[in-house]
Design a protein around this ligand. Structure first.
Ligand code: SF4
Ligand code: SF4
Length: 303
């Protein structure tokens, strides 16, 4: 574990010897959280809480996003940074949500077997896409004067909280795992920063702290969860956890609350009457890279 001089100075010896959170007794977990609360409160100059609320019985968290409603404003990404204490600033900016700007175009059945032009040395069938403009690939550094831009569609992406997560499979120290209520979490104290999980994730959902995170004291969100938005350190990986500090207390994730178009929905997949279950049952739904059998709990839908 690597961290700033301030953080190291505030650390108690017991933190150095702390065991893997998943394997600790409830009493050991409570002591570990209390130690962190003392340290973070000293470091950030405010009362910081580190919650340990466990998964609730009968809950499997799921997410649904109305792809037609997203206007690409990226308020979700900004709200996520503020809620989840990501590093900010030019040198070390971390965002868990990406909103891809895609070009609107058309797929047509008649062109399914159309190849690329003769003479280029390649002949590939299935070129059925007719672009409306120039770029086909998603772009997430767009700087528009106003959104939505003409001929653009938007595709927000974050951790899909896969049911069969490749990131978990490859972690050599088993510090990342799937919680019983669905989110895939990381015990930052045990992450060795090898970034195997980042290579294994097919959704580019994980971020690495190459240096000490830049988290201004005044902007730090003091309501944290051990497995979620508590401050991270240099050399560890992080990602979306469906805001477990909020959702385990019955609140919506920050991105759901802030989205001005109501494109984002969240709920319990095991409850057939939850909004998210009703969407999955009734709308046109798809999942990203479904062919990889990662079984995302993040669903895209259209009205
Ligand atoms: S806040 Fe809503 S509309 Fe704006 S980019 Fe995010 S999902 Fe799209
Ligand atoms: S989206 Fe990536 S980081 Fe998230 S659970 Fe799936 S493999 Fe892991």
């Amino acid at each position: 574990m690597t961290m700033s001089d301030d953080a190291r100075a505030n650390m108690e010896w017991a933190e150095w010897f702390q065991g893997n959170y998943r394997l600790m007794t409830d009493e050991e977990k409570a002591l570990a959280r209390a130690r962190l609360e003392r340290r973070y409160s000293r470091e950030y100059g405010k009362a910081v809480s580190v919650d340990g609320t466990p998964a609730q019985e009968g809950v499997l968290m799921g997410y649904a996003l109305n792809i037609k409603k997203c206007i690409g404003c990226r308020r979700c990404a900004k709200a996520c940074v503020e809620e989840n204490n990501q590093s900010r600033g030019k040198d070390q900016e971390i965002e868990w949500i990406r909103v891809l700007k895609m070009e609107k175009g058309e797929f047509s059945q008649e062109k399914m077997n159309q190849g690329y032009p003769e003479g280029l040395g390649i002949q590939v069938g299935g070129n059925a896409y007719s672009p409306a403009g120039v770029v086909l690939e998603g772009e997430h550094y767009y700087q528009p004067e106003a959104v939505p831009e003409k001929d653009s569609a938007y595709m927000p992406i974050a951790c899909m909280q896969c049911e069969k997560p490749p990131c978990v499979k490859v972690c050599p120290v088993r510090t990342t795992y799937r919680e019983a209520d669905g989110p895939v979490v990381i015990d930052y104290n045990w992450c060795i920063g090898c970034r195997m999980c980042m290579s294994a994730c097919p959704y580019w959902a994980r971020r690495f702290n190459w240096s000490d995170p830049k988290l201004p004291k005044e902007a730090m969100n003091p309501v944290t969860h051990y497995l979620g938005n508590r401050p991270r350190m240099k050399g560890v990986v992080e990602k979306c956890t469906f805001c477990i500090q909020r959702t385990r207390k019955g609140r919506y994730p920050a991105c759901v609350e802030v989205c001005p178009t109501g494109a984002r929905k969240f709920g319990n997949l095991l409850d057939p009457n939850s909004e998210v279950s009703r969407i999955i049952a009734r709308k046109n739904v798809f999942r990203l890279k479904a062919e990889l059998n990662t079984f995302p709990k993040f669903f895209y839908f259209m009205d």
